[in-house]
Structures are given as C-alpha cells and as structure tokens.
Design a protein around this ligand. Sequence first.
Ligand code: GLU
Length: 298
Amino acid sequence: MMPVGRLAPSPSGRLHLGNVRTFLWAWLSARAAGGRVLLRVEDLDASRTKPGAVERIVDDLRWLGFDWDGDIVVQSARRDFYRATFARLAGKIYPCRCGKSELAQSAPHEGDVEPCYPGTCRAGIGASTPVAWRLRVEPGEVSFVDRLYGPRACDVAKDVGDFVVARSPDQPSYQLAVAADDVDQGVTEVVRGDDLLPSAARQILVCRALGVEPPSYGHVPLVLGADGTRLAKRHGGTWLAGLRDAGAKPERIIGLLAESSGLGEGDATPACLLPRWSWAKLSRERLTLTPDRLRAFQ
Ligand code: GLU
C-alpha cells in the first residue's frame, strides 16, 4: 500500500526552521515510497489563528519546493464532520464540569501536555453544564513503534487518564480532531515534531474508541534556539520569513536542514533529496541553532 503522509501546519504565525525540517521529513518519507502528501491547516484554535497566515504558509512551502496532492483541507470548515465523529463516541465519553486549562484546541507542545485527570466527573455531573467531554479510558498499555524512536509503551492509567476530546459536539480538542482527520483522510503515517510524542498514545486511544486503525507515527527531533528551548517568537532569526526577506535561498535552507538530519551535504531541493532518504540514516539529535549555525542559512 502506498503511504499517505501529511503536512499539518497551524496558522498561528509564519513557519520557522523547525517546522520546515519536520515538513521535509514528512514529505520525503511519503514521496520516497511513491506515496501521497496532504496539506491540512489546523486552525481550530481561533484565538491563535492569524489573518493571512494560511496564504503565507502555502506560499513559503511552495517557495521551498514542497508540493502536495488534492485540495488543502482546513479544519475549521469541517464542523459537521467533527459533530458526526463526536456522535460516534456516544457511550465512550462523559461530560465534565472541571474547568479551563485542559480544553486546549491546539497541539500540546513541550511542557503543556494535559495532566492525568483524577476522574472527578466520571460518575456523572447531575444537572451541571458540561465544560468538556472526556474519553473514558481503561487501565492498560498503549504500545506502538515510532519510526525514529522505536517501540514505545504508555501506561494509560498513569500517563494519560480520561482526557478531553471536545468542548462541545462541534468543538473537538486537538487530540480528537487530529486523530479523526488523519483516519478520515486516509493518512497512513504521521510525521511531526517529537514534542508531540506524548500525544500519540491519546490519538491511538481515540482511534480505538472510533473502531479504526491508527496511522503509524514518526517523531522528528525538535529544532531549538541558541538558548536550548523550543523555537518561539523570541528566536528572531529562525523564522523563514526573515531569512527569505534577507535574501536566503530555498536550496540552502533545505540543504542545511537535510545535512542536520543526516542526509548529506550541499544545497538541495526536497525532490533532489528523494534518492538519499532513509529513516535509518536520520539523526535523533535535536538541532540547536547556535548563532554560527544560523548564519549559514543566510
Ligand atoms: N498542527 C500541529 C502543529 O502545528 C501539528 C499537529 C500534528 O502534526 O499532529 O503543531
């Protein structure tokens, strides 16, 4: 079976070099096996979505030499699908009135993984208004083989607990939306940043609750700023927009990201890296962008 991969940017700003390195791996993994690549815009968290960001991300991806198959799928246009998915979970989810922080609709990046829920509302909430819906999980182990990190096992009772799948029927959490979209779109391999590794077990549990086969997972070591933390706004020079405006060449950017991945040296386009691609070659090291390394991109 030909693989189907996906690029799943959140339009919360412009792309940074970490996003580009992740997309490069996702694209190469699917394309090198003759597979398809989908582009899905993850804009469910309206508070983080910036006007014009989708257009800029699409333009940056094309400029870098990426392509994809079919129309761009936008999550915010799929409320009917999420409502139907929510209905399929009847009997497996329960309403919860415990508040706030765990209701995130965007991906829980490093440091903000949902804490294990103590089960307060499991037995019912009476006439209270639910603020969220949780998946009722049973104790046990979820195991999977990560394409880069190998076999992983997660103790559901200890590491996951009943987690939030929706705020309301058409407001799915990140975990539900991503797992349901991946399966619905026929995605067979999820390749994304390694800060989302703890989300894989949750998404496998969502697939199980929906009675569908989960995709495979491969997590890409993050790119860090010079201070050793995950790339964010404060890491000025690591944004593609800045490099592009300063005259950087896409082949240099792709070439250096490929080199940091263990795929050989020299300027490159995604397509010209296809013959060199192999999961076995890839570096498990997170890449720290020291000022020297960053200068090489310009
Ligand atoms: N949209 C998420 C992000 O940009 C990625 C989610 C995923 O690949 O599962 O962080």
